[in-house]
Design a binder for this molecule. Structure first.
Ligand code: GLU
Length: 481
């Protein structure tokens, strides 16, 4: 068995395509199939080497590997479509010589008139005008300087069956696929629907696993295969990934490129876990699964037929799970770039370890660490909006004063419990109000790690400093009022 992932290098790796790559990879692992990476870069204007490099980098980051591809080579290369134009020309010649394809001289304007319906629902169907041109007509068109495209002669009224592991058998009628379609553009560049099936055949791909958006293209590809006597692979079209409002997943819904997920501090393990399980579940409902478990449990036929909704919150939650459960040394290594970026790279390693150990449970993505570094290491802190609102409440002042009194007292030691007991007694406040106000004074946030441990880590001098400056600030404010 051989599978392939065939991205078009026109930008960063999209999360939906990453899912296709992941499913291909997992199926290849499960079945010991070869995995091919093919770069579909015939859109010469939109494709770029940088995009190809970034896609390869992102795939590797996810932990996806392939046995053949543009970077690794292989016996059935080249693996970039732009390097295979000669191969395609041979097939085009075959099609033309056997009358299965023909030159079409229609202009853009003429084609425009073949659209049916009106407004947004216009459907194009080629009317076959150039199917049987006389020599004279061809000469005239050439004299006018028209550059022809090559069109495939679609047989009429034939059933084309797409055998799909996920969707079942889908029958198309060849008369309903838009008429004779272009296989080579007037600039000589062959089109996707034509060359994809040639490459799948020549690269001996047995199973094409790809997004459902390509399902409607499949009959065209099968007709080309039949015309050229090439084998047709088995198909598995993965259901679409939609945003929470059930429209196509886009930037409007949130971040959509693997690159952006990496920068924000998602772990490849979490993305693999989430994306691989978008659209199927295990029998016992387990959601956190390592790739090996997924390889064991997944079956192509059990993947969902209907669209999967991308749940950003759930992915965050899952990522937090991985951050919490990873060995401390490993997670520390993952946090390091974020720590350096935030300017805390020179901090004593032991102290950083203690901080990460304490706050990683509060981090759903690695970049969440930034606010905790400032919370644990800065001399002064700026309370966030929620904390400010809490401190602004009328009855907070007496808690602030009590805390201030505590650090000036002989009892002052670095125990949050002692501080809270003292402040409770002096201010009469208790419960959540007392606790949250003290948290806001010391950490500038209303949420965060265990306060007893946090207080110790922040340290005596800084805790005292923060209480003092908070008290000073609020006293001044009250005096001003
Ligand atoms: N290059 C196509 C894409 O990126 C994939 C085509 C295929 O898998 O057949 O959408």
């Amino acid at each position: 068995m051989r599978v392939r992932f065939a991205p078009s290098p026109t930008g960063f790796l999209h999360i939906g395509n990453a899912r296709t790559a992941i499913i291909n990879y997992i199926i290849s692992q499960k079945t010991k199939a070869d995995m091919v990476l093919r770069i579909e870069d015939t859109d010469l204007e939109r494709s770029s080497g940088e995009s190809e490099a970034s896609i390869i980098r992102d795939l590797k980051w996810l932990g996806i590997t392939w046995s053949e591809g543009p970077d690794t080579g292989g016996r059935l290369g080249p693996y970039r479509q732009s390097e295979r134009f000669e191969i395609y020309s041979t097939y085009t010649l075959k099609l033309i010589e056997s009358g299965k394809a023909y030159f079409c001289y229609c202009t853009k304007n003429e084609l425009e008139h073949m659209k049916k319906g009106d407004g947004g629902s216009q459907q194009f169907e080629y009317n076959g005008r150039c199917r049987n041109l006389s020599d004279e007509e061809i000469r005239d068109f050439k004299d006018q300087g028209r550059k022809p495209t090559v069109r495939f002669r679609v047989p009429e009224n034939e059933s084309v069956i797409v055998r799909d592991h996920i969707k079942g058998d889908i029958v198309f009628n060849s008369s309903n696929i838009g008429g004779d379609f272009i296989v080579v553009r007037s600039d000589g560049v062959p089109v996707y629907n034509y060359i994809v099936i040639i490459d799948d055949a020549l690269m001996e791909i047995t199973h094409v696993i790809r997004g459902e958006d390509h399902l409607s293209n499949t009959p065209k590809q099968i007709l080309i295969a039949a015309a050229l006597g090439l084998p047709v692979p088995e198909y598995a079209h993965l259901s679409l990934v939609l945003g929470p409002d059930r429209s196509k997943l886009s930037k409007r819904h949130g971040i959509t490129s693997v690159d952006a997920y990496r920068s924000e501090g998602y772990l490849p393990e979490a993305l693999i876990n989430y994306l691989a399980m978008l659209g199927w579940s295990t029998e016992n409902g387990e959601e956190i699964l390592a790739i090996d478990d997924i390889v064991n449990s997944i079956e192509l036929a059990s993947l969902a037929k209907s669209a999967a909704i991308f749940d950003f919150q759930k992915l965050r939650w899952m990522n937090g799970n991985y951050i919490r459960s990873m060995p401390l040394d490993n997670v520390m290594e993952k946090f390091m770039p974020y720590i350096e970026k935030a300017g805390y790279g020179a901090t004593d390693t032991r102290r950083l370890r203690q901080i990460i150990d304490l706050v990683r449970g509060n981090c759903e993505v690695l970049s969440d660490i930034t606010c905790f570094l400032s919370m644990m290491l800065d001399k002064t802190i700026a309370p966030d909006t929620e904390a400010r609102a809490m401190l602004d409440e009328a009855d907070s002042m007496k808690i602030i004063e009590a805390a201030n009194e505590y650090i000036d007292s002989a009892e002052w030691n670095l125990s949050f419990k002692n501080l809270a007991d003292f402040a409770a007694q002096k201010s009469g406040a208790k419960g959540k109000k007392l606790f949250m106000t003290l948290r806001a004074i010391i950490t500038g946030r209303l949420k965060g790690p265990d306060m007893e441990a946090a207080t110790r880590l922040i340290g005596r001098e800084t805790v005292a400093e923060r209480i003092k400056s908070c008290c000073h600030k609020y006293r001044t404010r009250h005096e001003d009022q």
